[in-house]
Design a protein around this ligand. Sequence first.
Ligand code: NAD
Ligand code: 6OD
Length: 505
Amino acid sequence: MPTQTTRSPATTSPVAAQAVAPQRLRNFIAGEPVDGVRGFDKTNPVDGSLLAVVHEAGAEQVDRAVAAARAALEGPWGRMSVADRARLLRRVADVIDRRAEELIAAEVGDTGKPETLARDLDVARASANFRAAADTVSAAGLDSYLTEMPDGRRALNYAVRKPLGVVAVIVPWNLPLLLLTWKLAPALAAGNAVVVKPSEETPSSATLLAEILVEAGVPAGVVNVVHGFGADSAGELLTSHPGIDGVTFTGESSTGSAIMRAVAPRVRPVSFELGGKNAAVVFADADLDAAVAGLARSSYLNTGQVCLCTERIYVERAIFDDVAAGLAEQARRLRLGRPEDPATTTGPLISQAHRDKVLAHLALAQEEGATVLAGGGIPALGGELDAGSWIEPTLWTGLENSHRTMREEIFGPVTSLVPFDTEEEAIALANDTEYGLAAVTWTSDLARGHRVAQRMRVGMSWVNTWYLRDLRSPFGGVGLSGVGREGGRHSLDFYTEPTNVCVQL
Ligand code: NAD
Ligand code: 6OD
């Protein structure tokens, strides 16, 4: 099936003429909307209808965006006190809350996710991210040491935190506003200026956020948005630009590699949140109802399009059949439908191209001998929804860690159940992956919970819950899942360069 994201001249696109505001999405540079070099269509994954024609930035627009960010650093923004920056970030949070309905509409339009999810997760987290960054930067102290040398000399050392400079912020399509603000808020708290490249699949909320930042009083040029694709487009133009001082990126591991290569000649710092093939381990002593409900959430939230989603579930043999029956039932009960229907639990995949990828994995799983317990194909929803990128929440058994289905990230509402017999075996199975983002342990034995959680080779290890977050905690992965940590002071560490001052006393 051909992808519905196509490129066409910005001014002559046949669909542009039909577009009504705000369907023409332009770049945002130095406080102004700016045309791109050509347009591309953004379609609604719910029903395939056209949502927007987006202006793709070329080299000239990316140059202008980087120059605008640099100029902003040299202006009043570069001299603003921490207290004033924190006040400004809180104002941004207030404007986000006031304009929440517009942001929800933008996010729902681009992704097709249920309105309830956009409201409770994506947009709620956008303002929370700004408030958390304001709190963190307000509380951050200086690293300081009083040094006493053996020969009697004494010195005061203190490290002044300076912004990294112009930061490229590149984000994916699954939680577009949540992940953008998760990076943007601490970057601004630390005094940086940024150029944002949202995903080509989700250009709307970033464009609206740029307007909100201006309304809140963020000076022109501090936040610039360029639209486009990755390779041979705005993404690559930005990451290979000599004017950027660092890149923060969330997306696929292979894209992380490409970005690392792009910045390597100029040795710029990177912060990467990448893919996962996350495991859950369910012990026979777990609260079965809580575990099954938790597994359904961790496997199918946001149509399985959360980097933390569980794609491998290892279950102690004694309760395997009960977990299988319970989770299959939960998968079948999910309600696929229009985002504005409050009964809808599950939206479509982001695009036809992504559905093709997930369908290829469904076919591969069949070849590898999987037994389908729930789902396994395209649902018949009827009417205009049949033109959307829908997929059934799917549950398999019969696969082993050696199968490709168990090793490659699928990033859809699909998960596999595998039995185990001992704690050691469960840990070994869970850790048998090149990725290392998140894991969940389900048990009612507290000591076992701590023991197993600590041995998971991941950045985030949950016990009897999933995706419960304190925004100050370190967030990130090991192995193919990323480089560095975000959250609270971990984000500040990336977005600042310390200069140590040593004064002999
Ligand atoms: P992607 O890597 O295809 O794209 C992410 C962003 O990078 C987009 O804006 C894209 O245009 C841009 N990009 C692509 N190629 C580029 C290049 N060569 N140079 C510069 N920019 C480039 O990822 P996606 O499909 O948008 O998102 C899904 C992936 O993101 C999954 O692998 C998922 O696990 C991962 N993800 C990880 C986390 C995390 O916190 N670890 C969070 C969300 C998503
Ligand atoms: O909740 C967060 O802060 C976060 N970074 C979530 C990432 C989800 C990945 O899809």
